[in-house]
Design a protein around this ligand. Structure first.
Ligand code: PLP
Length: 387
């Protein structure tokens, strides 16, 4: 069997072997429930608190401001429903943008169904949200602004610090989805000035199904779930001790390796972007060329379907993704690419490659060797491409 070249790190990452090793005892001999007071339970409880310190250290927060959740989706939902509900006496208006993850956009749909007033601002052709446009949407009823730190499809980094300033000038809670940035680029809650943020462990070499919610002390945000007294009485449910331990180690690993990994990933990203642009005509880099996540490469390739490129690359052992229909399990092309102003066929012809710590120059060279002939072959068969 061929070695896999994995270029879909924005979807998920392999749990780092050292992270996995740290987790294993908490499935077996250290299985106690973290809230029990006998020693087996205390051992789990101490491990959870150590992990909380590690998560807090990575984003420059206080451990008291970190709550463990089941991932990025739950943390985004908590910020949105928790803040909208808590501040209902002040107002029922909330603001976000068109290229958020569905964890945010579908929560906004639900708020609308429940009678809230929602504003969803557009983005420019590179995917940037304008702080001025956000400010223009603010009313005296606005209680929440949520804008992601970096987009999962095109990697565009948003001006979150400026947007946080707009929110605070009007006394509004600012939440940011940092699922694609924590563990990949520096994220500092004090530097951004956010009131809450969402983190997901499986995006940076931690396990799936565990995440964290940062909630600044004093924020007016209700709980999302109801039940036991775990997580300082704000997030019920028996804690996922192995997952939480893994998340803590993934944070520590990221802190140690961040600068080195950013430099290497950027180097490979530049090679890949420049290589594609010089070998394939009629393709367009989606997103910003300068303010983008180090690992993200996203092209629209004229005249070919994203699914076809995925399947042909898969036959070469290369895993990539696309914002086209079907790959996302829906018939619509990516809402992110459509929001940039792309035509349907350009969105259908998109290819996303996201690099990670185990990728090498040889991986990039292999993609640059096999992709141009795949595109040429697909274009020969395509009724959409006749140049
Ligand atoms: N937000 C963004 C930007 C994401 O990329 C994802 C995952 O794809 C999520 C939220 C959801 O995170 P999780 O899979 O941990 O629920």
């Amino acid at each position: 069997m061929k070695d896999i070249i994995y270029l879909d790190h924005a979807a998920t990452t392999a749990t780092d072997p050292e992270v996995l090793e740290a987790m294993l005892p908490y499935f077996s001999e250290k299985y106690g429930s973290a809230t029990q007071i006998y020693s087996l339970g205390r051992e789990g409880g101490e491990a959870v608190e150590k992990a909380r310190e590690r998560v807090a250290a990575l984003i420059n927060a206080d451990p008291d401001e970190i709550y463990f959740t089941a991932g990025g989706t739950e943390s985004d939902n908590w910020a949105i429903f928790g803040t909208a509900n808590k501040n209902i006496k002040k107002g029922n208006h909330v603001i976000t943008d068109k290229i958020e993850h569905h964890a945010v956009l579908h929560s906004f749909d639900e708020l609308k169904r429940r009678g809230f007033d929602t504003t969803i601002v557009g983005v420019d052709s590179e995917g940037f949200v304008s702080p001025a446009e956000i400010e223009a949407a603010v009313t005296d009823k606005t209680t929440l602004i949520t804008v992601m730190h970096a987009n999962n499809e095109i990697g565009t980094l948003q001006p979150v610090k400026e947007i946080a300033e707009v929110a605070h000038a009007h006394g509004i809670h600012f939440h940011t989805d940092t699922v694609q940035t924590v563990g990949h680029i520096p994220v500092d809650v004090k530097e951004i000035g956010c009131d809450s943020l969402a983190i997901s462990a499986h995006k940076f070499y931690g396990p799936k199904g565990v995440g964290a919610f940062y909630l600044k002390k004093g924020s007016k945000t209700d709980r999302l779930l109801f039940g036991g007294a775990q997580e300082k009485n704000r997030r019920p449910g028996t804690q996922n001790v192995p997952g939480i331990v893994g998340m803590g180690f993934a944070c520590e690993r990221a802190m140690k390796n961040l600068d080195k990994e950013i430099a290497e990933t950027k180097r490979l990203q530049t090679m890949l972007i420049e290589g594609i642009e010089s070998a394939i005509v009629d393709c367009r880099l989606n997103g910003s060329r300068t303010k983008r996540l180090p690992g993200n490469v996203n092209f629209s390739v004229d005249g070919v379907e994203g699914e076809s490129m995925i399947l042909f690359l898969d036959m070469e052992g290369i895993c990539v993704s696309s914002g086209s229909a079907c790959t996302s399990g829906s018939l619509d092309p990516s809402h992110v690419l459509m929001a940039l102003g792309l035509k349907h066929e350009q969105a259908h012809g998109s290819l996303r490659m996201t690099l990670g710590k185990e990728n090498t120059e040889a991986d990039v060279k292999k993609v640059l060797e096999v992709l141009p002939p795949i595109v040429a072959r697909l274009r020969e068969m395509s009724p959409l491409y006749n140049k």
